[in-house]
Design a protein around this ligand. Structure first.
Ligand SMILES: Nc1nc2c(ncn2[C@@H]2O[C@H](COP(=O)(O)OP(=O)(O)OP(=O)(O)O)[C@@H](O)[C@H]2O)c(=O)[nH]1
Ligand SMILES: [Mg+2]
Length: 402
């Protein structure tokens, strides 16, 4: 970092760096100086001009242009199993730019008839419970059985922390190297709803590309489980043995979402405690509402390290599919999810419009203050804001033109 001495020396060496208005005898207390122009590119490698000239000299007729794909190109690419096009299409689904959103919808319309033929499995659990390790071992087992596996994630914190779950591909080393598997970290987004929308659409794209098992990971610490629950067929809750429910932040409500509960890390010295915990949870689950109609959720143990219990969990999922398909619950569940999804998106869009409405923005802070200060009842505040949002109603026609 430059010190005052450095600045003084620079001013002595290069007096032209002084602004014109500075007194002649000004000392270092005048910190203002004119910076030298940048001779190179901002990365300091070479000037853009020089680089462009170099490139032009090397290949005078080759100008790189990003190819422009049509909705048909994206859809055909995905359907033919072209991985590069699959990646591009998912990037398109994840984009929040208005022009991409229209294109993404065009592509989705083409892909929708080809989607839906997978089993969608949600996986949740507190940080460190072993989700990534589980997905690695479980995913590899599924590949062995001949399945095509796509792994997606919903991580609403990724926009704040900058990181995203599934970023830790080290825990999924084998899986991420396998060509039959497609892994995509959580999309970034400002709202959970936005992140969930992108993942849901990516899931449909993966299905159209022929992936028959979709695993969706989410951290079990907030509302993201509910968002993931509402887009999957089967919901798996991973738990640790030896840690109290409070410690794991597990509420009864989350256990009620689970179609199966799995105690992880059941190996070595932890094997026995894991089996004890399984028994305890099994008893506790007895008193809970079933997550899916006609299906009784049970507790299991597994080890991603040794692979013990992993296949059993897949068998449970297969049985779930068979039972719920026979009863019609599987399809009904998906239909309900789609309808609910539409309403959720309408709610989110309306809220967004409300928040952005110029008139609402002008009075929102003061209305909030009045409510917080107890001078305006909440219901009156709501009416006041909605009146501004709705605008003046059309005057009734008096009939005929004047
Ligand atoms: N002994 C044993 N350790 C395991 C097992 N599964 C995971 N671990 C360890 O537990 C730690 C956390 O595992 P992760 O798979 O990263 O857990 P996670 O739930 O993905 O964690 P976050 O990504 O932070 O939410 C790692 O040190 C793993 O090596 C297991 O089956 N047995
Ligand atoms: Mg992880």
């Amino acid at each position: 970092m430059a010190t005052i001495k450095d600045t003084e020396k620079q001013l002595q060496d290069r007096p032209q760096n002084r602004p014109e208005w500075q007194p002649e005898d000004a000392g270092s207390e005048f910190a203002c100086r004119v910076m030298d122009g940048v001779a190179t590119g901002h990365d300091g490698i070479s000037s853009y001009q020089a680089a462009a000239e170099e490139a032009a000299a090397a290949a005078p007729t080759q100008i790189y242009r990003r190819p422009v794909y049509t909705a048909e190109d994206y859809a055909t690419g995905v359907l033919s199993g072209d991985r590069a096009m699959l990646g591009r299409t998912i990037t398109l689904m994840e984009s929040s730019a208005p022009k991409h959103i229209d294109m993404a919808q065009e592509v989705l319309k083409r892909l929708l008839p080809h989607s839906g033929k997978s089993i969608r499995v949600g996986i949740t659990g507190v940080p460190g419970v072993g989700k990534s390790s589980f997905i690695e071992t479980f995913g590899c087992k599924l590949l062995e059985l001949g399945h095509k596996v796509a792994v997606l994630a919903v991580d609403p914190s990724s926009s704040i922390s900058g990181g995203s779950i599934l970023g830790d591909k080290t825990r999924m080393e084998q899986l991420s190297r396998d060509i039959r598997c497609f892994i995509r970290p959580s999309p970034a987004g400002k709202t959970l709803g936005g992140v969930a929308r992108k993942t849901r659409e990516s899931m449909l794209v993966c299905e159209a590309a022929g992936f028959d098992v979709i695993l969706i990971e989410t951290v079990g610490v907030g509302q993201s489980e509910t968002a993931v629950r509402s887009m999957v067929d089967f919901f798996l809750l991973l738990m640790l043995s030896g840690a109290g429910d409070e410690l794991q932040g597990i509420k009864k409500g989350i256990m009620e979402l689970a179609d199966a509960l799995v105690i992880t890390k059941a190996d070595g010295a932890n094997k026995l405690p894991a089996q004890t915990a399984r028994g305890e949870y099994e008893r506790a689950m007895h008193y809970l509402q079933p997550a899916t109609e006609g299906w009784t959720s049970h507790a299991y143990t597994c080890s991603s390290l040794t692979g013990e219990g992993i296949l059993e969990i897949w068998r449970v999922i297969e049985e779930f599919r068979a039972v719920t398909t026979a009863s019609g619950v599987f399809e009904q569940h998906r239909r309900d999810q789609n309808v609910k999804w539409v309403h959720e998106m309408v709610d989110a869009k309306l809220h967004e419009r409300f928040i952005r409405h110029e008139g609402v923005r002008q009075i929102l802070a003061s209305v909030e203050q009045e409510v917080a200060g107890g001078t305006l009842p909440a219901v009156s505040a709501m009416h006041k804001l909605l009146a501004v949002f709705d605008g003046p109603s059309e005057p009734a026609s008096k009939g005929g033109r004047s």
